[in-house]
Design a protein around this ligand. Structure first.
Ligand code: NAG
Ligand code: NAG
Ligand code: NAG
Ligand code: NAG
Ligand code: NAG
Ligand code: NAG
Ligand code: NAG
Ligand code: NAG
Ligand code: NAG
Length: 376
């Protein structure tokens, strides 16, 4: 895709990490971007000139599209007069591409742009993205954003070096009368690998700064992460996702620490959770910052934070001017792994509040930082 995608993500609240004492630099396994062939569908089907502005070309048995194999009804869709194309997966529409896994113990994370639904549709078909170890369904649901395109991130799997991985995008409709069905549009694929995470000095939480997650599209309005109960299968490495949260980058958003943060959207019940084995009976402090996304939204935002058996609500009065505030919570670890979660609550009904967001980085340390560092 080159252009033609809607802009206008501005409203929000952010929320980031504070810490006890940061001795080391932020460290994380360096991600590697993998090239998929024709990932943004800019190389046209064999029988179409590259600059074609024809409304929609039905791909049929007589043409091919570089990098991809297709089945069923698949359309090559110009998005704007200036160029930029996407693929629409119609009835039984399916495209696939194979890539070769490189490196062991790597997580493969995919980001892509998706447009679901449309005006006057009685049915909005879903998109199914699958790889050998995973299959994820993306369905139309009421969003907090305007705009038809959204980018999504997902965990595809983890494979051995040299394995051949078939990545498949497929439409899925519950009804067969295709007249009033709106079919999904797919564009701008980014594939990334991440190795095992290493602990950062001064933070007992792995990926507490949310540096390890899926890629961002160039003009990123954030990468949406759908619910994923398993930390092992989450695109936000080692954090499970409840509801839909947004992963945002420092290039497009104000993220005071590191390159990325999580936005938790109010008005929906959403959040993230991780687990950490700690020393039973010891006290720990969980530090984080809450802020707003500089979107002029004024409201009181409540975030529920849980660490083991301690649960507390933190509230931030937002000016919508991009301010932030650090918070902390002390808890005593029990024998079982300590669950740590951040969750937004559905506030009192107001249109404005539906658009509030939170961004966060979280930091966990033993309460006595000097003791923690001495032990390292
Ligand atoms: C497409 O490109 C060809 C060759 O570059 C040119 O002759 C043709 O006029 C172009 N068509 C459009 C619609 O821009
Ligand atoms: C492929 O091309 C042939 C010859 O032009 C045509 O008869 C046939 O209908 C085409 N196939 C499809 C599926 O459009
Ligand atoms: C798509 O999948 C089929 C098997 O289902 C495979 O034969 C084909 O090579 C795949 N296409 C690409 C481009 O990898
Ligand atoms: C389909 O998506 C549109 C938004 O693009 C929405 O207005 C409509 O209600 C959806 N229809 C159904 C049946 O979900
Ligand atoms: C949707 O329906 C309305 C009312 O029937 C009509 O005016 C409009 O043109 C339709 N939009 C599309 C994109 O078909
Ligand atoms: C936090 O607020 C929510 C919503 O008002 C409420 O349901 C929950 O019990 C509160 N939790 C605590 C620990 O106060
Ligand atoms: C909100 O705005 C007022 C006036 O502009 C300022 O004094 C106050 O510090 C701001 N509060 C926050 C939390 O940013
Ligand atoms: C908030 O947005 C305004 C206007 O876009 C900008 O001038 C300001 O620097 C931003 N503040 C922060 C903290 O990002
Ligand atoms: C905290 O650290 C100080 C300085 O290293 C030490 O004297 C003290 O005993 C520690 N407290 C606890 C509770 O471990």
């Amino acid at each position: 895709m080159k252009d033609g995608r809607d802009s206008g993500y501005k409203k929000g609240l952010w929320f980031l990490g504070a810490w006890c004492l940061v001795l080391g630099a932020w460290q994380w396994a360096l991600p590697i971007s993998l090239e998929l062939g024709n990932p943004d569908f800019e190389l046209p089907p064999s029988n179409l000139p590259g600059n074609s502005t024809a409304p929609i070309e039905l791909l049929n048995g007589n043409n091919t599209i570089p990098g991809w194999t297709y089945e069923g009804t698949v359309q090559y869709v110009p998005l704007a007069a200036g160029g930029g194309h996407a693929i629409r997966l119609g009835q039984d529409g399916k495209i696939n591409q194979t890539f070769i896994a490189n490196g062991d113990s790597m997580s493969y994370l995919l980001t892509f742009a998706l447009s679901l639904g449309g005006q006057n549709c009685s049915v909005n078909a879903s998109l199914v993205v699958s790889a050998p170890d995973s299959s994820s369904v993306f369905s139309w649901k009421q969003r907090y954003e305007k705009g038809t395109w959204e980018s999504y991130g997902l965990y595809l799997g983890s494979w051995g070096d040299g394995e051949s991985i078939n990545l498949v995008f497929q439409s899925q409709a519950t009804e067969t009368d295709s007249n009033s069905i709106c079919w999904p549009l797919v564009d701008s694929l980014l594939l990334k690998t991440i190795g095992p995470l290493t602990q950062t000095r001064g933070n007992l939480l792995l990926n507490g700064g949310f540096e390890s997650g899926p890629d961002f599209l160039d003009d990123s309005k954030g990468t949406l992460l759908d619910p994923e109960p398993s930390v092992a299968r989450s695109a936000l490495q080692l954090w499970s996702v409840m509801g839909t949260v947004k992963y945002i980058d420092s290039k497009n958003y104000f993220v005071p620490q590191g390159n990325a943060a999580i936005e938790i959207v109010s008005g929906v019940s959403a959040g993230i959770q991780t687990a950490k084995t700690l020393t039973e009976g010891s006290e720990y402090s969980l530090k984080f910052m809450l802020g707003d996304a500089n979107d002029s939204c004024m409201s009181n935002f409540v975030v529920g934070v849980q660490a083991g058996s301690v649960a507390q609500n933190f509230s931030l009065q937002s000016n919508g001017t991009g301010s932030s505030r650090g918070f902390s919570m002390v808890f005593k670890a029990e024998s079982a792994p300590t669950l740590i979660s951040f969750q937004s609550y559905i506030p009192s009904q107001s249109k404005d509040e539906l658009k509030l967001r939170l961004q966060l980085n979280a930091k966990l340390s033993a309460r006595n930082c000097s003791v923690l560092h001495a032990a390292e």
